[in-house]
Design a protein around this ligand. Structure first.
Ligand code: C2E
Ligand code: MG
Ligand code: MG
Ligand code: MG
Length: 287
């Protein structure tokens, strides 16, 4: 049966696929080979500053399995994480995303999701510094997205890691805000540049007053702290208009642009209203 995975893609799940997915060992082995076989790839979803300037893209990981087809990250990332593969996969994602970004206009940023394993590995800052140096990407063009579960332990080490990345000029986003503990102490103790409001609060914005109040409050809180706000999963013009009226800094979602492969992403950049991009590029050149 065809099933909406809730992320805007229709996936075909059949009995044999489920069987395969249940065979953890099988999946783990094919995941390990997926890297070598180039079955992993990235899609890029645009981030738009209202009304229409393109800020950059979020890199989203995909797995095109030779037998079962495309497997969504919500299925294979937890397995990769549990089996200790996410550090290596995450390093590949970082390098691939940064390399792609060097083919875009120099005003555009790339956002990369970090898994807990990567963050807690102890070598994250070195790895990131090495990669941007190797591919030649300006540090301020890279944004790293982390979720709160990464920071459950607010240790000195975790704070140090984020501060070091910050000093390098790399930006940090708190992803899926509102779905974990949403502890305000994170906002006090960690140097976030952006807070991404989870699509859970965006989907019913036009009709649900509670969502409206929560989103409005998060924007106010973030702005008071000097943090920029991105809304995730914007699916309708009405949601976009409401968010713009409430001073949301950046929008992401299918109504603004679905995730695209590397080549279609370059077409998207060429077709997008480039005025803002060009102006910023000229400014960069002048510096
Ligand atoms: P996320 O980082 O919060 O990414 C946003 C998710 O929302 C993406 O799902 C995206 O396709 C989906 N989305 C965007 N706009 C819309 C919309 O208008 N409607 C709906 N229904 N969905 C929308 P995706 O690509 O399936 O990724 C799911 C999660 O998997 C991500 O959530 C992220 O936590 C994780 N992930 C993806 N790529 C990576 C990666 O390279 N590394 C790590 N560690 N995690 C990743
Ligand atoms: Mg994300
Ligand atoms: Mg998110
Ligand atoms: Mg999410």
């Amino acid at each position: 049966a065809a099933k909406r995975d809730g992320r805007g893609c229709v996936r075909i799940f059949n009995r044999s696929m489920l069987l395969l997915l249940e065979q953890r060992e099988n999946l783990r082995r094919s995941l390990r080979m997926a890297l070598e076989r180039n079955e992993l790839y990235l899609e890029y979803q645009p981030l738009i500053r209202p009304p229409s300037s393109l800020v950059g893209f979020e890199a989203l990981l995909r797995w095109r399995h030779s037998e079962v087809g495309t497997i969504p990250p919500s299925v294979f990332i937890p397995i990769a994480e549990a089996d200790g593969l996410m550090d290596e996969i995450g390093r590949w994602v970082l390098e691939e995303a940064c390399r792609q970004a060097t083919t875009w206009p120099s005003s555009l940023t790339v956002a990369v999701n970090l898994s807990p394993a990567q963050f807690l590995s102890g070598s994250l800052t070195d790895t990131v510094a090495q990669i941007i140096d190797a591919v030649g990407l300006r540090a301020d063009r890279l944004e790293l997205e982390i979720t709160e579960n990464v920071l459950l332990e607010q240790t000195i080490d975790n704070i140090d890691t984020l501060n070091t990345l910050n000093v390098l000029g790399i930006r940090i986003s708190l992803d899926d805000f509102g779905t974990y503990y949403s502890s305000l102490s994170y906002l006090k103790n960690f140097p976030f540049d952006t807070l991404k409001i989870d699509q859970y609060f965006i989907g019913d914005l036009e009709t649900n007053r509670k969502s409206q109040t929560i989103v409005r409050s998060i924007i106010g809180l973030a702005h008071g702290l000097g943090i920029s706000v991105t809304a995730e999963g914007v699916e309708t013009p009405g949601q976009a208009q409401w968010l713009i009226k409430e001073d949301c800094d950046c929008l992401q979602g299918n109504v603004l642009g679905r995730p695209l492969g590397a080549e279609p992403t370059r077409d998207f950049i060429r077709r997008s209203p480039l005025t803002a991009v060009r102006v910023r590029e000229e400014r960069n050149r002048a510096v």
